[in-house]
Design a binder for this molecule. Sequence first.
Ligand code: NI
Length: 257
Amino acid sequence: MIIDTHAHYDDGQFDSDRETLLAKMEDAGIGFIVNAGSTISSWDKIQKLTEDYPFVYGAIGVHPDEVGSLDEEQFARMSAPLDQEKIVAVGEIGLDYYWDNESHELQKEWFIRQLELARGKDMPVIIHSREAASDTMEIMKKHAAGMKAVIHCYSYSAEMAKEYVKMGYYIGVGGVVTFKNAKKLKQVVQEIPLTSIVLETDCPYLAPVPYRGKRNCSLYLPYVAEEIAALKETSVEEVVRQTEINSRKLYNFLDIL
Ligand code: NI
């Protein structure tokens, strides 16, 4: 089965047809979806999605663009949803120096606090990192050693990807890999083992070719799997089989059918 390790079905872009769309997943071979948290207001919506759909799991966290809305009180509120059975990770958390919505110091502080929260609960983390390669690596080395993690929507060098792989982390690959100009990511996929790759949409964003620019959804993941198979000179079936195993290990789904 295909596992979407990173989606945002709580997004308003799905308000008009969320139910019809999610009803199509099982027949399309999409086995599980992990809906990542981004804002504080997403947390309730995500919990509701996990209650409404057996195949939807959730992650709770605050995206680096949104950490300005965090304070001790809000941070303390994260703990209870994380203890729920269908919430399987802390995320997405990290650093974003591209949008630079918040100061680097504030981003780092809440990134580290959320990593520590995940460690305390023995939960995996979903890492968002954009234009912040060296600071992210430094924080992961210092504060996330031995933890399970996925570097989602990976956008850095193959060399750094190999370093993350050595640290035991997974590399999240989505629609971008199908873009003609995504030379760097294609090289990453070629150079790291398939045992370290997980599939993701980041929907509604980053739809693969031939839907580039449109609203993304998990139904388009076969295009991502096809591109990875071509780059690694293997079959789509093998990509789906191995990334399923990887995703199950990442989120501790091993015993769920
Ligand atoms: Ni995301």
